[in-house]
Every structure is written in C-alpha cells, then in structure tokens.
Design a protein around this ligand. Structure first.
Ligand code: 2FM
Ligand code: ZN
Length: 703
C-alpha cells in the first residue's frame, strides 16, 4: 500500500484587474493536472487560489473605470472563477486577498514579526505626483535613461541599455498618471529584516525545495547580499492598513502570498477549522506546494519562507517554477494578435486540447513553453483523435452491433494487458515529478501498441467470417480494455473526456473502481458497456484562425479586409492565394494575358513549402538577386531570388515565406538555386514575397 499523502497546492493568485490569458492558463493547467493526479492516487489534496486584489495598479484601474477597487476585484473574481471552471481547473476554493481572513492573517503575521524585532522603519525619498497627490511606483514614472539618454524609459530600468536606477535619477521624468513632473518627497516606510533569515534560507535552499536552476539563482542573490524589504506603502493605497499607523498600508506583495493561507482558512469553514493548523503550523507534517512562474521566484523563495519562519508557520515543501508562455515562438503580444485571453480560446476551442498540448510539453524545468499553433492542431489531432480515441472508436462498433455491447468474458492477451498496466509505477513517478511530457510520450507509445494490436488482428475482416466471431469479440474487447487503461493514465489531463469515457464504459463515476489507478489491474470482463459516442473531434485550422481573429487588435480587424476566417482554399481564381492556415494574401496578377491552361494534375505536382529565411545576402554582381538560405523543415537550401529591388537582405532574415520545393535545381552564374521563392507585384520596390501566417512552420506543405 502506498502511504497516503496530505498536500495543499496553490497556483499564483492572478491580479484582479484584467482577464486571464493563456499564459495564466498554462500554470493553472499544470497545477490542476498535478492535483488531479494526486487525487487519483487516493491522496488528500486541497487546491486553492484566488484574486490578488490590492495595490496601486488595482486602485488606478478601478478609478479609471469609475468604480471602487472592491467592485473591480469582485468582478474579476467572478470572471476568473468562471474561466477556470471552464478550463476544468478544480479549485476547492477560489478566494481573494481582499478578505477578512487575509486581513486577520496579515495583521497577525506582521505583529509576530514586530514582536521579534524584525520590522524597522526608515525615511525614504520617492517620486511623488504633485497633481494627484500620490507616491509613484517605479513603473509610473517615465523619462530619459540617466545612462544612455533613451527616451520613454521606466523609473526602475532602461530597456535600451539595461541600466538599473531609481526613478529620481531619470532625466525629464513624467508621471504616467497625470503627466506632471514628479517631485521627490520623503516618507517613513516599514521594512522587514530579511537579512536576519540568511541562515534559515540557506539551510532551506540546500534541502531541494525547488528546481536546481532556481536554487542556483537564489545562491546568486545570497552572494549579492540580502536587503531589507520595504513592506509599506503610503495612502492612498488599496490594501490593509498597517496596525498602529494612520496612513500606511501593507505592500501588495506582503499580503498576496498570505492570500494562500487566507483562501485555505476560508476553505476550512467547510473542511473543518482544525485543518488550518494541520497545514500551516510550524511543525506540520503535511505538504505545501506552490506553483508559480519564474518572474515571481524572489517573492516565493526568499521573502515568503523568511516571513513564514518569523511568524512561526511552516515553510513550503516545494516551489514549482515554470517558464513563460510564448505563442509561435514569440512573447505574447497584443499588437501581433497573439495575446489570447482564456475566453477567446474558449469561444473557439475545447479546453481538453489545450490541457493535452501543454501536458505533452511540460517538463520539470523552467524553460519557456511555446504554443505553436500549427503544431498544436497537428499534435492534438494526431495523438488524441488519431491514436487515443481511435482505439475505442474502431472497437466499439463491433461490440455494439455484434455482441450486444458486452465485452468478452476472458482477456485475449494477458501479457499485453499486463505490459500496459506495468507502466503504472513509472508513470506515477513522472506525474509526481511534473514530467508530464515524458508521461505523455509513454502513454502515446502504448496507444501506438494498442493500434498495432488491432491492425494486426483486423477485426473488420474477422467479423465477416462466422468461425472467427469469437476472436473478433476478444480482440475488440481487449482493445476497449487497453483504451480504459490509457484513459486512466490520461485522466488528470483530460477530465471531461474521462467523464464521457466513464459513461461509455458504464462505470458509475471516476472515483469508483471503474477508472481508478489501482482498479485497472483487473480488466473489465463480461462487462456491459454503453454505446460509443464520439469523444473528441479533430481541430480544424479555421477554429484556430477564428481565435486569432478574436485576439487581433481592433484596428487590424477593422481594416482587415484580407484577413478572413473560415474557408480552407488552395489557390483561388483571380487575385488571392490562401494558405492552409487561412490567411489571405493579395496577389496582383498584372495585366499580361493569361497563359495557356495547365491541367490540375500538373498543378498538383508543385510542392509548395513554408520556408524560413535563415540567411540573406546580396549578390553584388547581380542587379536583382539576393542569395537566400532557406529552412524548409527537412533541409536547408540555397535559393536565388530576384527581389533585390524591394528588400534589404537583412530585413528578410527570420521571415517565413513559401518556396516551390520540387523545382529542378538550376545552375546559375553565382551558384545553384534549389527552388523558387513565391513573390509578386508590378516590380521595383513594389514586390512582395509571400509571407504566410506566423502559425505555419518551415516544411509545412502549402495546399
Ligand atoms: O505576479 C502575479 O501575477 C501576482 N499576482 C502573483 C501573486 S502570487 C501570490 F503570492 F499571491
Ligand atoms: Zn539606458
């Protein structure tokens, strides 16, 4: 028997001033899969989150909308909660930092620190907006960099030369709020003496409570020296007043992680208040896991454990850090139309796809995670529909039509079944260690084996031969049983599918023996199942395109006559070419008479491939030619293109384009050209290479 664990899991509390986007969902999905897996193993696992409601940004955002910050926080608590539920993120409580529990806990923690002598006050000078009468956080002052003079730089660092400085050093500073020139004003601030916890933190650091790369980063911070941490902000501020002061508030980052405790405390109204100490007392034997992004490591691995220690609470068991989400290899960006909200996704696509795609990518490291939209469609369709669901759909029909929905009474190939269930322990290790991508690879390899087993026995032929009916029954029944094992393995990733499969397999619910981690050691024999209904359908490219259209910036949508969703067309007659991903690109045909027709077969011989220009050099001896090195997925080639009049070679590097990949190589004066780049236009500067949508990737066939 496995020892039962008791674990409290949290995800970072989203700010209550904006909608959740796919970057948030990556984290919630990662933690949700882990939690569901723990529950599947029979462990007790509580899962809490909530709104991060306080701070200057919150206050100003509310003001801009003409509502109270409390109302803004409530609005987003409701919206976020709905979105998370829609993605099947199974929080036991989604609470808020603006709650009585959080105020009581923050106050208590502060007083305990104060009693230990861990709080000191200092007078500091800060930028102040004399029009709005408010101290300005670093990001609310812009001006010229004191080092390199670059304009429009924030008050903390320069994006051009990388210099770090204080807002008072900026040249020509302006308040982002009012446009006024900030003045410098002194006020008293409260500081937490982090440096007193150096020893505690160093010991904690050595105990592997985080990934090694994060521990290394922490080591650097230790070496640089721990600084006292400013935990107060002056009024006006949206937050909790510091006890014993008239106009000082806790800095949002002080009470934010305390929000984890508050959310759990609130949950204890349901699960019993005695649970609070079991999970938070200094000597708690339960486990505490925080899932966070790499940008907030500092808060969770230095301040947070130090404060917990000072206030006599337990420290985290594990801080699980993940990287950022990129879309098609780049940072999500509003102007590029890749800043996709959870709602925009939900309007177009099922959450199961997203959950699977990222499960197939998640490792235990902190590398960024890319949502490559072409890969997304292909991967989900190939794995989930083509491999996994396919096993059930190709067996279920026979069981229904020929065997009254009843599985055979014996297992046709026990070795194969045992081989499938023997993977439980390795998968358990992988899921526990958050190596979901490894787990998914194992599971998909098994799906391949199941499909090969079915292919090898060809039940569709057996069924036609009366003497082989029994064999057909056993083969299909084993197929269904293998599918059941795979569903259990994928259950924490695909919870909605698991519910539908429980119905199909006629097993009462997920908690019952039918789809349990240990229950699968026994196949379902002589068991009546229900009629199979399609579980997951293929993603169409136009659904992804629809999502991108929703995410596209307003202005682009308005002027976006060339961007049309929906249809998947090869080459339209007239003036437009559409790539497989649905982006129309205008092609001026010019006024020359149309050439003699070619047959469709001739046209179909043209192999058009998306290509990435990895290098471009002008050919000095030629008037028109640029020498391109293009990556077409399987190989890299040299192609000469007559586009010098319209492009600077360096502007081409990194662009995606389309090449005729099966054009006979031609020896030119300057070298061999192996392909042709598609471009059009009247000529001169008005010449454009075909640039497919960024969601394509090198090597993709353009039809
Ligand atoms: O970075 C953020 O989005 C913060 N709102 C995360 C807070 S996590 C916790 F400490 F509350
Ligand atoms: Zn600079």
């Amino acid at each position: 028997m496995r020892k039962k664990r008791e674990i409290l899991v949290t995800s970072a509390l989203p700010y209550a001033n904006g909608s959740l986007h796919l970057g948030h969902m990556v984290e919630h999905v990662q933690s949700d899969i882990w939690v569901r897996f723990q529950r599947l193993l029979g462990n007790t696992c509580y899962f809490v989150c909530g709104e991060d409601a306080h701070g200057t940004t919150m206050m100003l955002a509310a003001e801009k909308q003409g509502i109270a910050p409390e109302a803004l926080a409530k609005h987003y608590q409701a919206e976020h909660s709905q979105d998370l539920q829609a993605f099947n993120i199974n929080y036991d409580n989604f609470y808020t930092t603006h709650s009585p529990e959080n105020e009581a806990l923050a106050t208590e923690i502060y007083q305990r620190l104060l009693r230990r002598g861990d709080i000191v006050t200092k007078t500091i000078e800060q930028a102040y907006d004399p029009v709005r009468n408010i101290f300005l956080p670093d990001r609310y002052v812009v001006g010229n960099c004191p080092k390199c003079d670059a304009a429009k730089q924030y008050g903390d660092s320069c994006e051009v030369c990388g210099a770090h400085y204080s807002p008072t050093e900026l040249k020509n500073p302006v308040s982002v709020i009012s446009g006024a020139t900030p003045i410098t004003k002194a006020s008293e601030h409260y500081f937490f003496c982090l440096e007193k916890y150096k020893q505690v933190l160093e010991t904690w650091l050595s105990q592997k409570h985080m990934q090694p790369e994060i521990a290394n980063k922490l080591q650097e911070w230790f070496t640089a020296g721990l600084q006292q941490w400013d935990i107060s902000r002056d009024a006006p501020y949206f937050g909790f007043k510091i006890p014993g002061t008239a106009d000082k508030y806790f800095y949002v980052w002080l009470d934010a992680p305390i929000g984890y405790m508050a959310s759990f405390k609130n949950l204890c109204n349901t699960i019993g208040q005695e649970q609070f100490d079991r999970f938070w007392a200094a000597d708690a034997t339960t486990e505490l896991y925080h899932f966070i992004g790499k940008d907030i490591v500092y808060f969770h691995t230095l301040f947070w454990p130090a404060i917990l220690t000072g206030a006599n609470f337990r420290k985290p068991t594990q801080v699980c850090v993940h990287g950022f989400l990129t879309v098609n290899g780049e940072k999500m960006s509003k102007s590029r139309g890749t800043f996709i909200t959870a709602r925009q996704y939900l309007q177009c696509l099922q959450p199961e796809y997203f959950r699977y795609y990222f499960a197939a990518k998640f490792g235990d490291g902190v590398d960024d995670l890319d949502l490559n939209l072409t890969d997304f469609v292909q991967r989900v369709n190939a794995d989930l529909v083509g491999k996994f669901v396919n096993i059930a759909s190709r067996c279920a029909g026979f069981i229904h039509k020929n065997f009254s929905d009843k599985l055979s009474a014996n297992c046709y190939d026990t070795d194969l079944y045992v081989h499938f269930i023997s993977k439980r322990s390795v998968l358990e290790q992988m899921f526990n260690a958050r190596q979901y991508s490894k787990a998914v690879r194992e599971i998909m390899a098994l799906a391949d084996e199941a499909n090969r087993f079915i292919d090898g026995h060809k039940p569709w032929l057996l069924i036609k031969d009366p003497s082989q009916q029994q064999l057909a029954h056993e083969v299909c029944s084993l197929g269904i049983n293998l599918f059941r094992v795979l569903m259990v393995y994928l259950q924490s990733i695909l919870p909605t599918t698991a519910v539908a499969v429980a119905e199909f397999l006629n097993v009462a619910d997920l908690a019952d023996a039918g789809l349990g981690w240990d229950a699968i050691t026994q196949p379902l024999l002589g068991h009546k199942i229900n009629e199979f209904k399609p579980l997951l359908r293929r993603i169409e490219y136009n659904e992804v395109q629809k999502m991108l259209d929703l995410a596209a910036p307003e202005t682009e949508l308005k002027s976006g006559a060339e961007v049309e969703t929906g249809t998947k067309i090869g080459v339209e007659t007239g003036t437009k070419i559409e790539t497989e991903t649905g982006t129309k690109i205008g092609v001026e045909t010019g006024m020359e008479p149309i050439a003699a027709t070619i047959s469709f077969d001739d046209f179909a011989k043209i192999d058009l491939r998306v290509a990435k220009i990895v290098n471009a050099e002008s050919v000095p001896e030629a008037n028109k030619l640029i020498k391109l090195t293009v990556d077409i997925g399987l190989e890299t080639r040299q192609v000469f293109a007559g586009i010098k009049s319209a492009y600077e070679p360096e502007d081409l590097i990194g662009k995606l384009t389309v090449v005729v990949a099966n054009l006979e190589p031609r020896k030119m004066r300057f070298g061999v050209s192996a392909g042709m780049v598609l471009a059009s236009g009247p000529g001169g500067a008005d010449l454009w290479i075909l640039e497919p949508n960024v969601q394509t990737k090198p090597g993709m066939r353009v039809k």
